[in-house]
Design a protein around this ligand. Structure first.
Ligand SMILES: [Zn+2]
Length: 183
C-alpha cells in the first residue's frame, strides 16, 4: 500500500459507512501502521479509515496515553452525563465545532491481530473514540450543527460551490456505498 493521505470535506469517502474487517492478516496490520503514521504526521489524536479513503471499520487514537488500535469497534455503554468541548477534525481544516458527548464509554473492539478487548474510556480518549466512531458511520462534527451553522461551515470548507458540492456529495456517496459493498 502506498502512503495514505487525509481526505478533506467534501470528499465522498468521508460519507461512506464502513464494513467490518473479517480477515486478520498482514494487510490489516499494515493499514493500521499507515493510518498511525498519517495521524502522527498531521499531529492528530485520532484517525478513522474513511479519512484515509478506506471503507473499513478501523480507527486509531493516541490522546497522550499511547497508541490504541480499534478494529470493528462497538460502543457497549455510554454514560448519561455529557460534556461539551470544541472539536477539530483533520478532514475539516479550519473548522471547530462544540460537540456534547457522553463523558465515559465502554468499548468492545479487536486489535490488529484480531484479539478482542473491552475497555472503559473517559476524558479526551472517550471523546476521540466517539469522534472516530462517528467517522465510521460517515458522520462528521459539522453534522452536529444547526442548519444555518452547517451552511456557513460547509461554505467555508467548499467555497462558493457549497450548494452544488453538498448535492453532488449526496449523489456520489450513494455510489461510494455501492462500491464499498462490492470491495
Ligand atoms: Zn475527524
Amino acid at each position: 500500500m502506498g502512503p495514505l493521505e487525509v481526505k478533506t470535506y467534501p470528499d465522498p469517502c468521508l460519507r461512506i459507512r464502513t464494513t467490518a474487517v473479517e480477515e486478520f492478516n498482514r494487510d490489516i496490520e499494515n493499514t493500521l501502521k499507515s493510518m498511525t503514521d498519517v495521524m502522527y504526521a498531521n499531529q492528530g489524536i485520532g484517525l478513522a479509515a474513511t479519512q484515509a479513503g478506506l471503507g473499513l471499520s478501523i480507527f486509531v487514537i493516541d490522546t497522550g496515553e499511547g497508541l490504541i488500535n480499534f478494529v470493528n469497534p462497538e460502543i457497549l455503554e455510554r454514560s448519561k452525563k455529557k460534556s461539551g468541548m470544541e472539536e477539530g477534525c483533520l478532514s475539516l481544516p479550519g473548522v471547530t465545532v462544540r460537540v456534547s458527548r457522553p463523558g465515559e464509554v465502554k468499548v468492545r473492539a479487536r486489535d490488529g491481530k484480531g484479539e478482542f478487548f473491552i475497555k472503559k474510556f473517559t476524558g479526551l480518549a472517550a471523546r476521540a473514540i466517539q469522534h472516530e466512531f462517528d467517522h465510521l458511520q460517515g458522520k462528521l462534527i459539522i453534522d452536529y450543527l444547526d442548519p444555518v451553522r452547517y451552511f456557513f461551515a460547509a461554505r467555508k470548507l467548499s467555497g462558493i460551490k457549497r450548494a452544488r458540492a453538498a448535492k453532488a456529495c449526496e449523489v456520489v456517496c450513494d455510489v461510494g456505498k455501492t462500491n464499498n459493498r462490492r470491495a
